[in-house]
Ligand binder design. Structure first.
Ligand SMILES: Nc1ncnc2c1ncn2[C@@H]1O[C@H](COP(=O)(O)OP(=O)(O)OP(=O)(O)O)[C@@H](O)[C@H]1O
Ligand SMILES: Nc1ncnc2c1ncn2[C@@H]1O[C@H](COP(=O)(O)OP(=O)(O)OP(=O)(O)O)[C@@H](O)[C@H]1O
Ligand SMILES: [Mg+2]
Ligand SMILES: [Mg+2]
Lengths: 255, 255
């Protein structure tokens, strides 16, 4: 019984990739079999799990364009039970040619069909855009996790994202739910606390209970190519990402 | 004698827009006539200068697709001598349909031709991607200013960006130069200092002398819809962006 989450935001640098890596680590640590999917031409998720995007020949791009099978694209990582469909600049081609294909929104869902038996969770990392790659990632998911900073430009980005989610529900995926996740939060910053209470008022249960605060250790984990849960297990961000994993597992189990 | 700068990075959240707004303010303050161009569907530059993207009917998208003239697209801002070509979600369509057009890389250059007489500087803000919009923005520019954080994923993004710049030089714009700008820098962070010295060693004069350090006031300026130079003139970031403006003006004058 595989559950697919897409981590998405067209706003740049809001910790989409960091959330994908950290959540993958937290879920693997609890014994779940996890597949991470890198849909960003930058290949940051691939880097964050210790692999080199430029060395990958069968990536998510080839999977989307039917140029490689799931088995060919899947890579193991240093962590048992955590596998990866890598991403690299080839995804730029996928982004450009996907819209001209038949039923393209379903391309990722189709490509990931073989994974349904072998994993408990699929986590998809998206690029900072509201384009073809993000559409196919949202179409393949049960839940859209939307990392958001308590910042003006980031909060402004929620409206177009929710419109996109609504469109995906209407046309392709009526079961798509969403949760907003506050990231890079600074509890001592008054503006952050104000924006947080406004988001709580606006979104209520649509906002994750768990909040991820700033933690410089997360940046070091990326260099090490490991999730924070494994790189620095006792740091605050590792604890918070574990709490997020538990919150999402509880949500999934109620579904 | 108009000088065009494109602010570009496919990495998200590295202060492209913040740099575009702040630099526009610093140049306007020194008496230069400045045109800001918002090429990001998110419309953050438009927001950062106090306008509402959703109310704009003639945007950079219409200009690129020949659906509006320069005069129709140009908007004044609250600051005398600082005008804006706004951006909004219409740019998503431009992104998609531009590549199918004749000589599309020149689309922005053509659209901005009427501006050459009326402005001293044109500043173009790009989206976090290496796609059609960024290509046309680089083709129109004399200088590509590349905001970069002293962070792993951000530094990794430099190589594909420089490859893109090389391609643009070979095919369209041989005079395109670049400068890397360190942003959101934390001088007390040892990893930041280490990454900075590595970038200095690798890029030498290709790295701006000016470094922009983190300053929470910059986030408040965005809410006010004003450049930091006008919103909080005595803050460190206002001083640093003024220094950057001077450094770039000196560079331009030597050209
Ligand atoms: N909670 C945090 N505390 C401190 N630094 C963080 C935190 N979360 C992420 N970062 C750092 O912020 C930067 C941006 O994060 P990340 O790359 O994950 O964002 P993103 O949304 O995936 O960006 P993009 O839009 O480019 O894909 C990275 O350098 C990352 O290490
Ligand atoms: N020097 C700084 N100090 C503190 N905060 C900053 C600084 N520069 C930018 N910011 C904040 O960081 C966030 C990201 O900045 P910004 O939106 O300008 O980046 P960007 O590269 O344009 O992002 P995108 O890739 O989404 O276009 C914003 O909330 C901004 O206010
Ligand atoms: Mg990312
Ligand atoms: Mg921006």
């Amino acid at each position: 019984m595989c559950y697919t989450l897409t981590i998405a935001s067209q706003k740049g640098g809001v910790a989409k990739t960091t959330t994908a890596v950290s959540l993958a680590g937290a879920l693997q640590e609890q014994g779940y079999r996890v597949l991470a999917v890198d849909l960003d031409p930058q290949g940051n998720l691939t880097l964050g799990l210790g692999l080199r995007p430029q060395h990958m020949t069968a990536t998510a791009a080839e999977l989307l364009l039917d140029a490689a099978t799931f088995a060919e694209a899947r890579q193991p990582t240093a962590l048992e039970g955590l596998d990866l469909i890598p991403g690299n600049e080839n995804l730029q081609l996928a982004e450009r040619y996907l819209p001209s294909r038949q039923a393209y929104a379903w391309a990722l869902q189709r490509g990931l069909a073989p994974a349904q038996q072998s994993y408990d969770f699929i986590l998809i990392d998206s690029p900072p855009s509201l384009s073809a790659l993000t559409t196919t990632a949202l179409t393949a998911a049960r839940l859209a996790l939307l990392p958001t900073q308590a910042e003006y430009f980031s909060a402004y980005a929620l409206k177009p994202m929710l419109q996109t989610i609504r469109r995906v529900r209407e046309r392709y995926n009526p079961d798509l739910a969403y949760r907003i996740l506050l990231t890079m939060f600074r509890r001592r910053n008054r503006a952050h606390r104000i924006i947080r209470s406004r988001l709580e008022a606006t979104f209520g249960a649509g906002l994750c209970q768990t909040v991820i605060e700033t933690d410089t250790k997360l940046r070091e984990a990326a260099i090490a190519g490991l999730p924070i849960t494994h790189f620095a297990p006792r740091t605050r961000s590792a604890t918070q990402y574990r709490a997020l994993a538990q919150e999402l597992v509880a949500y999934v189990q109620k579904e």
